[in-house]
Design a protein around this ligand. Structure first.
Ligand code: CP
Length: 343
């Protein structure tokens, strides 16, 4: 979006396509490439706003956004809350641990309760894959997926793409899309909704994706997604442009998936030595929360010239502002693209 309020060329919809046609954001899988590019372009105005001292707009004034989190979160919950407030909405957080879920209320009854309060958008994080889609089918307002089980975490993938774009541009590289870029995602792929959303998003933008994990933490048949599968981290890292590290999701593991954290670090941890030997120019990413000394060493996570981990957090607010703004436009009667025209 330009300062005049019309979308920039990079964010335009192809002629004949409807304005952003989705009421909900359940997953990257539902988005076409031009829709991903549109959300990234929309977020740029919020990146600029967030870097000013006065960060407030009234785009969503009068709207009520409910953040319903059934799993713990720092980055996603806070950035959705900040995003809604910077857009002028009234934002309410529902923490499942202090809610009537603890008294046995079902997910559907909880959804109907939020709906009866006339929420204008509901943001959900839930431990079960498919829970967000279920809630979306029961309520009248846009629903945004803040992470559901091992399924998807779409705003994480979008913010990762935005952070990568900014970092590549600062290096003087093309970042309109990621054609020619190789991204290696290493860690607990089996339990990771972040990995799944990132594979879909990165591939839609033209990148080649390598996945690396011990055999026990790699989903069967994942190569059907068009990724290269590795169990040797040194091989996966060789020549990569980006190393995206994921933590071990111990809270989702039943049984022993790795011999020990020490052995995991030896085989799959990102160390400065390993990075220098295999991918001396690669950017380093991590969605957080990090387990320093397990999947990533502190001296790598804190590299000023290579690590874009704090940039990812910064972009999280802008992406969530873009998603809330775009998805509430219909309810607000705000103009958008329709059939290739700005109406
Ligand atoms: N990356 C991410 O989803 O972090 P949180 O669990 O802190 O929200």
């Amino acid at each position: 979006m330009t300062s005049s309020g019309t979308p920039s060329a990079a964010g335009r919809f192809p002629a004949g396509r409807r304005a952003f046609p989705h009421r909900d954001l359940v997953g990257i899988a539902q988005l076409e490439r031009h829709e991903i590019l549109y959300l990234l372009e929309e977020a740029e105005q919020w990146v600029s706003l967030n870097r000013q001292s006065a960060k407030h707009t009234d785009n969503l004034a009068g709207l009520t956004i409910i953040n319903a989190f059934f799993e713990n979160s720092t980055r996603t919950l806070l950035s959705f809350e900040i995003a809604g407030k910077r857009l002028g909405a009234d934002v309410v957080n529902m923490h499942a641990a202090q809610s009537s879920v603890k008294k046995g209320e079902t997910l559907i009854d909880t959804a109907m309760t939020l709906n009866a309060m006339h929420a204008d958008a509901i943001v959900i994080r839930h431990g079960s894959s498919g829970a967000v889609e279920l809630i979306a089918s029961k309520v009248d307002c846009p629903v945004l997926n803040a992470g559901d089980g091992q399924h998807e975490h779409p705003t994480q993938a979008l913010l990762d793409a935005l952070a990568l774009r900014h970092a590549l541009r600062e290096r003087g590289q093309n970042a309109d899309d990621f054609t020619g870029l190789t991204v290696t995602i290493c860690g607990d792929i089996l339990h990771s909704r972040v990995a799944r959303s990132n594979v879909l998003c990165l591939q839609a933008l033209g990148a080649s994706v390598r996945l690396c994990a011990p055999p026990a933490l790699m989903p069967q048949g994942i190569d059907a997604m068009g990724v290269e599968v590795f169990h040797d981290f040194d091989a996966a890292l060789s020549g990569t442009d980006v190393a995206m590290m994921l933590r071990l999701q111990n809270e989702r593991m039943q049984g022993q998936f790795i011999p020990s954290a020490r052995e995991y670090h030896h085989l799959y941890g990102l160390t400065a030595k390993r990075l220098a030997a295999r991918a001396p120019d690669a950017l380093v990413m991590h969605p957080g929360p990090m387990n320093r000394g397990v999947e990533i060493d502190s001296d790598v996570a804190d590299m000023l010239d290579r690590s874009i981990i704090t940039r990812q957090v910064e972009m999280g607010v802008a992406i969530r502002m873009a998603c809330l703004d775009v998805l509430t436009r219909k309810a607000r009667g705000v103009a958008g693209w329709a059939d290739g025209e700005w109406v």
